[in-house]
Design a protein. Structure first.
Length: 233
């Protein structure tokens, strides 16, 4: 909580669960970026106790890996309130049946998955990514160094990866990419520009050790964007 305060992030909707540890992940990464993760959910399993209501000032949301009941209930609550959201099942995808995934995708405006999760989503739902994208404003698939694909408006955009200054640690690159997505959507960027910003954010992250130790100002990000893509942000 002290770290959130130092970063200037609000704590309005942070719930304290007494006598329960915060969720913890221990990730082992080899030189080829293969990862093995040990995870303890802890207080995350109580996420369903956080209820999204109409008096909250929310314009855009993301339902990311969380406690199973929390993900299910937050999808329902956001949909009932008409709040657009990204469904980002991530490591939580195997917790859900095909019918549950189809329901959550159907209530989302956007879906974001990595390459492996995309294949698993197809297997679980019996639908291709192209078919799933037809009911969405956009379906985004990240593919690491190969860049990303954005299915939107009946088209599939290929967004190239941004060459990082250094390859240090891939942990959190997907989250950084999603931060770029959220910013681009909120700012009203088109999908190519949104994907390019997301790709740049992932490249900034991979050059630093750990998931929260990279820092860049808006000015630095804008300058890097113009350098890589030849247009102002």
């Amino acid at each position: 909580l002290e770290r959130l305060e130092r970063l200037g992030l609000p704590r309005d909707y942070v719930r304290l669960i007494p006598d329960t540890l915060t969720a913890q992940a221990f990730i082992t990464t080899d030189l080829d970026d293969n990862q093995i993760t040990a995870f303890h959910p802890g207080a995350m399993n109580c996420s369903h106790e956080n209820v999204i209501t109409g008096d909250m000032d929310i314009d855009l949301a993301i339902v990311a890996p969380d406690g199973r009941e929390g993900m299910l209930s937050h999808v329902e609550q956001l949909a009932a309130l008409g709040i657009p959201f990204i469904f980002d099942p991530g490591q939580g995808l195997p917790m859900f049946s095909g019918a549950e995934l189809l329901d959550m995708v159907g209530k989302a405006r956007y879906v974001a998955v990595n390459d492996y999760e995309g294949r698993l989503l197809e297997e679980r739902t019996g639908r291709s990514l192209e078919e799933l994208a037809q009911g969405l404003e956009a379906l985004i698939v990240t593919k690491g160094a190969e860049g990303s694909l954005i299915y939107a408006g009946g088209e599939c955009l290929h967004i190239p990866s941004v060459k990082p200054e250094a390859i240090v640690d891939p942990t959190g690159c997907g989250d950084a990419y999603r931060a770029g997505l959220l910013y681009g959507i909120a700012a009203g960027y088109d999908w190519r520009k949104t994907g390019q910003l997301a790709s740049l954010m992932g490249a900034l992250k991979i050059a630093s050790r750990g998931g929260q130790n990279h820092h860049a100002s808006r000015e630095q990000i804008s300058a890097l964007y113009e350098r890589h893509f030849g247009a102002p942000l």
